[in-house]
Design a protein around this ligand. Structure first.
Ligand code: NAD
Ligand code: TYD
Length: 356
C-alpha cells in the first residue's frame, strides 16, 4: 500500500497510551492523510496526551464508543474512511479480573461492530482499504522459563478475561477476512512502556510511588517475566505493518527484552533515586511483596523474526536509554500524573490495593 496517496484513517482509542503515540506518529509523518481519532474517553483516555497535535490541520477528534455500531457506521461513511487502526480496548488485566463483562463488551463487541461497519461501508470494494487490529502477546498464554518465544503460529491459550477478550477479537478479525474477504492485518505486541502510560501499569506506577516514597507492590515473588518494548518502536511497527504487511497476516512485535518484574523494579529504584540525588539503595525499603494476581502468567516472550524478515523492522531504542528517558518524562510531567491519578483513579487504587 503506497504511503504517498491521500487517505482517511480512523484510529480508535487514540487518546490512550499507545493510541496517542500512533496518532502523533501518523499526523506528523503523513501530513497528506486525514487522521480521525475516535475515543470514548474512559478513565484511560486523556486528550492531554495529544495536546501537541490537537491543532494540526490533518487531525480531528470525535468522542465515540466502539460499542455503538450506528456511530461507527456513520463515521466510516461520512468521513470516507479507508483505513482503520483499531486500538480502543480495556487494557488492564487486574481490571478484567474485577469486571470481565466490560472487557467482553468493549474488546469483543467493539471490535465486531467495527468489522461489521467496515464490511458494510466498504461493501466488497477492498482495493486501498485496510483494517489493522492491534492485539497483544497475552493471547498466546504463558511460557515456562527456557521455552521458545511466541511465534505467529503458537496456538492461542489466553488465561485472563483481558487476554480471552483480545483472543476472541483476533478470531473475529480473521473470520471477517476468511469469510467476507475484508482486508485485515493483525499485530500482537509485547508489554509497552514510555510516556503517557496510565500509572496503573507496573512501570509508571513504580516510578510514581518511588518519587512519593510509597510501597511498590510486587505480585507473588516478582519472578514473572515480561518482554518490554518502547511505545514509539511499537508505533513505528504499526506504521510498517499497516502500509506493507501482507493481507490477512499476523505479525508479532516485541523487544527481545525479557525482564523479571523484581529486576525492573530495582532498575527503576536506581534510576529514580539517581535523578532525585538520593543515596544508592534509598528506596529499596519500598519493595513490598503482595498477594499474587489470580491466574498470573509466568512469562511472555516474543519472536519478532517475521516482522524483521518481511518488513525490516527492529526496535530502535535500547532499554537502558528508553527507561531512563521514561523516568525523566514522568518526573517532568508531575501535573499530568496528578491529573490522571485524581478522582476515579484514586478510588480504583484503594479498591485494588486496599486489602492486599
Ligand atoms: P489504554 O487503556 O491506555 O487506552 C485505551 C483507549 O481506548 C483509551 O483512550 C480509552 O478511552 C479508549 N476506549 C476504551 N473503551 C472504548 C470504547 N468503548 N470506545 C472507544 N474508545 C474506548 O490502552 P493501551 O495500553 O494504549 O493499549 C491500546 C491497545 O494496544 C489495546 O488494544 C491493547 O490491547 C493493545 N496492547 C497494549 C499493550 C500494552 O503494553 N499496553 C501491549 C500490546 C497490545
Ligand atoms: P502490567 O503492567 O499490569 O502488564 P501485564 O499484566 O499486561 O503484563 O504488569 C506487568 C507485570 O507486573 C505483571 O507480571 C504483573 C506485575 N505487576 C506487579 O507485580 N505489581 C503491580 O502493581 C502491577 C500493576 C503489575
Amino acid at each position: 500500500m503506497a504511503d504517498s496517496q491521500q487517505r482517511c484513517i480512523l484510529v480508535t482509542g487514540g487518546a490512550g497510551f499507545i493510541g496517542s503515540h500512533v496518532v502523533r506518529h501518523f499526523v506528523r509523518k503523513y501530513p497528506h492523510y486525514r487522521i480521525i481519532n475516535v475515543d470514548q474517553l474512559t478513565y484511560a483516555g486523556n486528550l492531554e496526551n495529544l495536546a501537541d497535535v490537537q491543532d494540526a490541520p490533518n487531525y480531528c477528534f470525535v468522542r465515540g464508543d466502539v460499542g455503538d455500531l450506528e456511530t461507527m457506521r456513520s463515521l466510516l461513511r461520512e468521513q470516507k474512511v479507508d483505513g482503520i487502526i483499531h486500538l480502543a480496548a480495556e487494557s488492564h488485566v487486574d481490571r478484567s479480573i474485577c469486571d470481565p463483562l466490560l472487557f467482553a463488551r468493549t474488546n469483543v463487541m467493539g471490535t465486531l461492530n467495527l468489522l461489521q461497519a467496515a464490511r458494510e461501508c466498504w461493501s466488497g470494494q477492498w482495493e486501498g482499504r485496510r483494517f489493522h487490529h492491534v492485539s497483544t502477546d497475552e493471547v498466546y498464554g504463558a511460557l515456562e522459563p527456557g521455552e521458545a518465544a511466541f511465534s505467529e503460529t503458537t496456538p492461542y491459550s489466553p488465561h485472563s478475561p483481558y487476554s480471552a477478550s483480545k483472543a476472541s477479537s483476533d478470531h473475529f478479525v480473521r473470520a471477517y477476512h476468511d469469510t467476507y474477504g475484508l482486508p485485515v492485518v493483525l499485530t500482537n505486541c509485547s508489554n509497552n512502556y514510555g510516556p503517557y502510560q496510565f500509572p496503573e501499569k507496573l512501570i509508571p506506577l513504580c516510578i510514581h510511588n518511588i518519587c512519593e516514597e510509597k510501597p511498590l507492590p510486587i505480585y507473588g515473588n516478582g519472578e514473572n517475566v515480561r518482554d518490554w518494548l518502547h511505545v514509539q518502536d511499537h508505533a513505528q511497527a504499526i506504521d510498517e505493518v499497516f502500509h506493507r504487511g501482507r493481507d490477512g497476516e499476523s505479525y508479532n512485535i516485541g523487544g527481545g527484552n525479557e525482564w523479571r518484574n523484581i529486576d525492573i523494579v530495582r532498575k527503576l529504584i536506581r534510576l529514580v533515586d539517581e535523578e532525585l540525588g538520593r543515596p544508592v539503595g534509598y528506596s529499596d525499603r519500598l519493595i513490598t511483596f503482595v498477594a499474587d494476581r489470580a491466574g498470573h502468567d509466568l512469562r511472555y516472550a516474543i519472536n519478532a523474526e517475521k516482522l524483521r524478515r518481511e518488513l525490516g523492522w527492529v526496535p530502535q531504542r535500547s532499554f537502558e536509554t528508553g527507561l531512563r528517558e521514561t523516568v525523566k518524562w514522568y518526573m517532568e510531567h508531575a501535573d499530568w500524573v496528578r491529573n490522571v491519578t485524581s478522582g476515579a483513579y484514586e478510588r480504583y487504587y484503594a479498591e485494588m490495593y486496599g486489602d492486599r
